[in-house]
Write a protein that binds this ligand. Structure first.
Ligand SMILES: Nc1ncnc2c1ncn2[C@@H]1O[C@H](COP(=O)(O)OP(=O)(O)OP(=O)(O)O)[C@@H](O)[C@H]1O
Ligand SMILES: [Mg+2]
Length: 275
């Protein structure tokens, strides 16, 4: 399974969608084994690099979109997520990918956009370019960094009908895309899981919170043996770390339920739909 995450607009959540949704999706589909290749087409600022140490599900690398040899190798990889990166010219890169026979093998294109008029322009252009090379491509628009109700935040895109997945103001050639929309909620814990733990929220959501709480109880018992402020620093620090861990696992489970699982369902639906 190959998923390509792209938008000619920068900073719309391409890397976040790649790591937090697309890679875990493939990992689950592969029976929760091995690691999913996450390839970023930006050798200068490989944003996903932070996962390389600790993530149990992602293996990151960076490629140059104009390096023909690298692209040919990529065509041989069976499962991967391609993050188009922030430094490539989408249409030029797509042309390279098409030439290297990669676009033909992409199962799903995901195009994230945030709530800005310019984002829509770039998004629809990106969709046009994808269709130019792959007329029957399966494309999901990912409403990214949603912090309220997506129907409110994206009302100018979706129309004022308040029926997010059924009707929208996307018309004409884009009308069909209305059924291929999914929301990606904003969460401060995305950057926290990545920055502090080097993991995705999906991975955090899989952890057993009762184990962490048992460890917290044990450490609290240790701390209780000392007078206030007299406990060894290591125990204090370990307790703080467990507290952070507990909080993030709790938040990750909420995020999983609210955003990741529905996203997986939407992706399955699009993948299983007839072209
Ligand atoms: N759902 C979200 N909730 C909170 N923060 C988010 C979310 N999605 C992305 N971000 C943050 O917004 C910033 C931009 O997102 P991201 O790096 O994924 O965009 P990008 O499209 O890959 O950018 P670039 O074009 O520079 O590669 C990052 O700091 C990221 O952590
Ligand atoms: Mg990026």
């Amino acid at each position: 399974m190959k998923i390509f995450v792209l938008n000619s607009k920068g900073g719309v959540g391409k890397s976040a969608v790649s790591a937090q949704i697309a890679a875990p999706f493939i990992w689950v589909r592969n029976g929760r084994k091995g690691k999913v290749n996450l390839i970023e087409f930006d050798v200068e600022n490989n944003d996903n690099e932070m996962f390389s140490q600790n993530s149990a599900i992602i293996k990151t690398s960076a490629l140059d979109a104009y390096n023909k040899e690298a692209l040919l190798k990529l065509a041989q990889i069976r499962d991967c997520v391609i993050d188009s990166g922030g430094n490539i010219q989408t249409s030029a890169a797509l042309e390279e990918f098409a030439a290297a026979n990669i676009l033909r093998k992409i199962d799903l294109f995901m195009v994230p956009l945030t709530a800005g008029i310019q984002d829509v322009t770039n998004t629809l252009n990106t969709v046009d370019v994808i269709r130019q090379y792959r007329p029957g491509a399966k494309i999901i628009l990912v409403l990214s960094m949603v912090y309220t109700d997506p129907a409110v935040q994206f009302w100018w895109l979706l129309g004022d009908k308040w029926h997010l997945y059924k009707e929208s103001s996307l018309t004409g050639d884009y009308a069909g895309l209305a059924s291929h929309l999914m929301a990606f909620s904003a969460s401060p814990f995305i950057d926290m899981a990545k920055g502090i733990f080097g993991e995705t929220l999906f991975e955090k959501s899989e952890e057993d919170i009762t184990k962490i709480e048992a460890e917290m109880d044990r450490l609290a018992g240790e701390l209780a043996k000392y007078e206030d402020g007299k406990a060894p620093h290591e125990i204090d620090a370990a307790y703080d770390q467990a507290l952070r861990e507990q909080r993030i696992v709790y938040e990750a489970k909420k995020f999983r339920e609210k955003c990741i699982d529905p996203a997986f369902n939407a992706m399955e639906e699009v993948l299983n739909a007839k072209q």
